[in-house]
Ligand binder design. Structure first.
Ligand code: ZN
Length: 438
């Protein structure tokens, strides 16, 4: 044993003894929320007049309103509100600031903003998400901002900035010719919005690097450009091969992590499924056979309806035709996925849309296509919790779960758009917003 190790061991033992001798810790203060209606995120029916006991960052128990509230507890009266679990958006980009062509489109994010400005914008995005009741985000890549998401997550964890619980995908992976920035002079060595690989060896190396630097998920682009063919059908350019994707999936699964695949349709979507991806992102056009394959493999489906209704080109231009074909195909696939009972999770792709927009606008899009309001709520609560390996811990108001709790003033089962006006937000037991008394 070296002297250094011996000294460290002595310090460790001293610390252990000190801990053992300290008095029994006093229980954290109790907060009791009176919920007029509780939609717990997992059950099919709401419950009336419930009491939610919160201690520190967890939910201790749920009782009906007749239960006694201990003296000294802080009571929050949400008896005229509908209370739900903190919402989960499974497809966000905190490092994107919109893609409005009039403001330079996607490229301006990378070419006109340095890393400090991008971090400031990501900080704003995190606060915006939390204020809207989204207490967990699966943030599916930083679009050229490197491992910034992992550091924003760190800033949230240390209490430097407010923000939701983040699942970070870091840089994302695509292949040569498979991601922006594109269409610049070939002599220029342009930055890329994703890590570019060619071949299974590079694919595995990229996954290893990203996992090493803190990726909670790996994001892979399985399609890139899209256009309409002479018949008006949507076509999208495939990127990684099955072998390349399999290397990524094998590596990620070895680390106990999952792989999200951006895939519009066609060959790229088929390769995503054959390569064993865990979630299909967007999935604008999924064939019946692919729906069956997803059901068989237990693949999650994260549609993102809202952004495909924004920034359409003029109807008679190639871009305009493509934009309309994308939205039309997406609606059909969404309905098919619902009928097949695929595991649909709520995703906005916000960041692609400006962060000033409402995230909950995706709810009425889903409901208008035939999803029941309760199912849409489950798509943003208990179902993604399962996908994120946090079943029972988030996306549910139940004993033992993190105290991520939101409220709205009306019944979202009657009018889903009320979720656009969350007026109470608790995250990890701390209140970030309470406008219920106004
Ligand atoms: Zn996206």
């Amino acid at each position: 044993m070296t002297k250094l190790v011996a000294a460290a061991l002595t310090l460790f033992l001293a610390a252990t003894i000190a801990t053992a001798q300290s008095p029994t810790p006093v229980a954290a203060p109790l907060t009791v929320i009176r919920a007029g209606t509780l939609i717990d995120g997992a059950s099919d029916a709401p419950r009336r007049n419930q009491l939610i006991f919160v201690r520190a960052d967890h939910i201790e128990k749920i009782s009906d309103a007749s239960a006694q509230i201990p003296a000294g507890a802080t009571v929050i009266d949400l008896s005229s509100s509908t209370v739900l679990p903190g919402l989960i958006d499974s497809h966000t980009h905190i490092f994107l600031w919109g893609e409005d062509p009039a403001k330079g489109g996607y490229d301006a994010n990378i070419l006109k903003a340095g890393i400090a400005l991008r971090a400031a914008r990501a900080t704003f995005a995190c606060r915006r998400a939390l204020e809207q009741g989204f207490t967990t985000l699966r943030d599916v890549e930083t679009e050229g901002a490197g491992y910034g998401d992992v550091e924003i997550k760190q800033a949230i964890a240390e209490g430097t900035i407010p923000g939701p619980r983040l699942f970070c995908a870091t840089r994302a992976i695509s292949s040569t010719g498979g991601y922006d920035l594109q269409d610049y002079a070939p002599e220029l060595d342009m930055p890329k919005g994703a890590q570019i690989i060619d071949g299974p060896v590079q694919a595995r190396k990229a996954a290893r690097e990203q996992l090493d630097h803190g990726a909670d998920w790996i994001k892979v682009y399985m399609t890139h450009r899209s256009w309409t063919d002479k018949q008006g059908h949507l076509v999208s350019q495939p990127t990684l091969t099955v072998e390349e994707l399999k290397a990524v999936v094998d590596e990620a699964h070895g680390w106990g992590k999952k792989v999200a695949c951006h895939a519009y349709n066609g060959i790229g979507l088929q390769r995503a499924l054959d390569g064993g991806c865990d979630s299909i992102e967007h999935g604008l056009e999924i064939t019946d056979a692919q729906i069956a394959q997803m059901a068989g493999q237990g693949t999650w489906y994260c549609p993102t309806l809202s952004p495909y209704y924004e920034d359409w080109g003029p109807a008679d231009t190639p871009a305009g035709k493509r934009d309309r074909a994308r939205a039309a195909a997406h609606e059909i696939s969404f309905k098919k996925a619902m009928q097949a009972h695929l595991k649909i999770v709520f995703g906005t792709d916000i960041g692609g849309m400006p962060w000033t927009e409402s995230m909950a606008q995706e709810f009425p899009r889903m409901v208008n296509l035939g999803m029941s309001p309760m199912d849409a709520i489950h798509a943003a609560t208990s179902r993604p919790a399962d996908m994120l390996d946090m079943k029972g811990e988030i996306g549910v108001v139940a004993p033992g779960a993190y105290a991520d709790i939101v409220a709205v003033s009306a019944d979202p089962l009657k009018d889903i758009t009320v979720l656009e006006h969350v007026n109470f937000v608790m995250h990890n037991g701390a209140i970030y917003k309470n406008e219920t008394t106004k």
